[in-house]
Write a protein that binds this ligand. Structure first.
Ligand SMILES: Cc1cc2nc3c(=O)[nH]c(=O)nc-3n(C[C@H](O)[C@H](O)[C@H](O)COP(=O)(O)O)c2cc1C
Length: 130
């Protein structure tokens, strides 16, 4: 599923809420500042402080994300997340974070956007965007 330029800008410029769950279905949602699309199908999310989120993704890679200002970007992004603790994607995350603050990221999370749903109140709420 491909994100539009408008969706990509909203993810990059806004805080996002990032939801994961344990293998047996206990949900967890956290606000994340370091999230940005790296292309129209992948969102980089940086693990600086994650605990439950990281543990959940190790056991259950399925995640969902919405932007804080859902009035501007009324979409829900869903897909599997891969964890990188070395390599180019991790190095890119380190460069991004260390340019902004003095913190060494623990990991880079890469979400492959598999499905996008509308959360716009009204007749399209919950419908998959095609
Ligand atoms: C405004 C804001 C931005 C945040 N950005 C990040 C971030 O980019 N990366 C990160 O790992 N944690 C970030 N956090 C911390 C997480 O929201 C959360 O506290 C952390 O993942 C631990 O929760 P967990 O155990 O549920 O994973 C941010 C928190 C706030 C309030």
């Amino acid at each position: 599923m491909v994100m539009t330029d408008e969706m990509m800008k909203a993810v990059e410029n806004d805080l996002v809420f990032f939801a994961t769950s344990t293998a047996d279905g206990v949900p967890n949602v956290v606000p994340i500042g370091f999230a940005k699309p790296i292309d129209s199908e992948h969102i980089l999310i940086v693990d600086n402080y994650m605990h439950k989120t990281h543990e959940n993704l190790e056991k259950n890679p399925e995640a969902a994300l919405v932007v804080k200002d859902a009035k501007k970007c009324p979409y829900q992004f869903k897909g599997k997340v891969e964890i990188f603790e070395s390599g180019k994607i991790f190095d890119d995350a380190v460069e991004w974070v260390t340019n902004v603050m003095s913190k060494q990221p623990k990991a880079a999370m890469l979400m492959t956007v598999e499905k996008i749903y509308s959360v716009q109140p009204g007749p399209d709420a919950g419908k998959q965007v095609d």
